[in-house]
Design a protein around this ligand. Structure first.
Ligand code: PEP
Ligand code: MN
Length: 319
């Protein structure tokens, strides 16, 4: 791999924003339990053998919807080989059109469990209704709260009480403060294991499906204890841009990625336009290597600084 850098050390930009921290505390005062403060350290979310937010980059990948056993198993094996730790896939699908495919329901959950048994991937899948929480929690390792449900407080409370970690997707018209308030509802209901997901928001820009709020990720990493996952697929809606947005998400400080992958995106029952095929996912993962290495160097530099030794050079880390 050839990487050309102007200097042999490269560090993420340091923020110059400490002076405005006090006003952020005020802006996010309704979500005290999810903010970083002197006594509250970063939340690491344990799931099976994985630890989200501990320092490594967590990759969650899979189809938008679980469609069939063949589709799910092929995708699960492929994304695991390419480096994913989690299999995503909707069994209960929130669709913008009531006439669109609504998901396989329980049959889809059973297929996800079969994929976990075959591959060791942990399962993240959406729960749409508080009535389904205990059912979905029986099968899933992480409960996904979708964008359309971010402010469904009775669902948030029921999901919190299931004890499963929660992937909370940002509402498409939700501010950062709105998202943190929803996270607060989950934490205040006794469940500290919340992962935030930036999946794009609606703005005046219509060229893409949504507008990816990379600044929101950087902000969350400065103020919030919770791990943050970037979803480059829903953020843009076009498979050609997914790898670029994944890089941006990592550079902004995301703890992981949620990416839609399908064996044949043109035939997908949902979100085919933004789904990567197997070769595209593999190429994306290979292309992310330098960004992941840079992220690792940054983390090691932080540790080295804490122990008073000098930083680690990027080129050394990249070999
Ligand atoms: C999904 O992850 O497939 C999904 C429906 O996402 P969102 O809730 O962000 O639209
Ligand atoms: Mn989708």
């Amino acid at each position: 791999m050839c990487i050309v850098l102007r200097s042999d050390t490269l560090t993420f930009p340091q923020n110059g924003a400490h002076g405005v921290r006090a006003s952020w505390q005020e802006l996010f005062a309704a979500s005290p339990d999810v903010l970083i403060n002197a006594s509250a350290h970063k939340t690491v979310v344990p799931v099976l053998d994985f630890a989200i937010g501990e320092g490594g980059l967590t990759i969650m990948a899979g189809p938008c919807s679980v469609e069939s056993e063949a589709q799910l198993m092929a995708t699960a094996h492929h994304v695991r080989r390419a480096g994913a730790q989690f299999l995503r896939g909707g069994a209960f699908k929130p669709r913008s059109s009531p006439y669109a495919f609504q998901g396989l329901g329980v049959e889809g959950l059973k297929l996800l469990v079969k994929a976990r048994e075959e591959t060791g991937l942990a399962i993240v899948t959406e729960v749409m209704s508080e009535n389904d929480v205990s059912l979905v929690a029986e099968y899933a390792d992480i409960l996904q709260i979708g964008s359309r449900s971010m402010e469904n407080y009775s669902l948030l409370e029921a999901a919190a009480r299931s004890g499963r970690p929660i992937l909370l997707k940002r509402g498409m018209v939700a501010t950062i403060a709105d998202m943190l308030r929803s996270a607060q509802v989950i934490v205040a209901n006794g469940n500290p294991n919340v992962i935030l997901c930036e999946r794009g928001i609606r703005t005046f820009e219509t060229a893409l499906r949504n507008t990816f709020d990379a600044a929101g990720i950087a902000l969350l990493k400065q103020i919030c204890r919770l791990p943050v996952i970037a979803d480059p697929s829903h953020a843009c809606g076009h498979r050609d841009l997914v790898a670029a947005l994944a890089r941006i998400g990592i550079a902004a400080g995301a703890d992981g990625l949620l990416v839609e992958v399908h064996p044949n995106p043109d035939k997908a029952l949902s979100d085919g336009d933004q789904s990567l095929d197997f070769a595209e996912f593999e190429a994306m993962m290979t292309g992310l290597a330098p960004w992941i290495a840079l992220r690792t160097v940054k983390a090691q530099e932080g540790e080295a600084d804490q122990h008073g030794s000098s930083g680690i050079h990027l080129m050394e880390a990249l070999g």
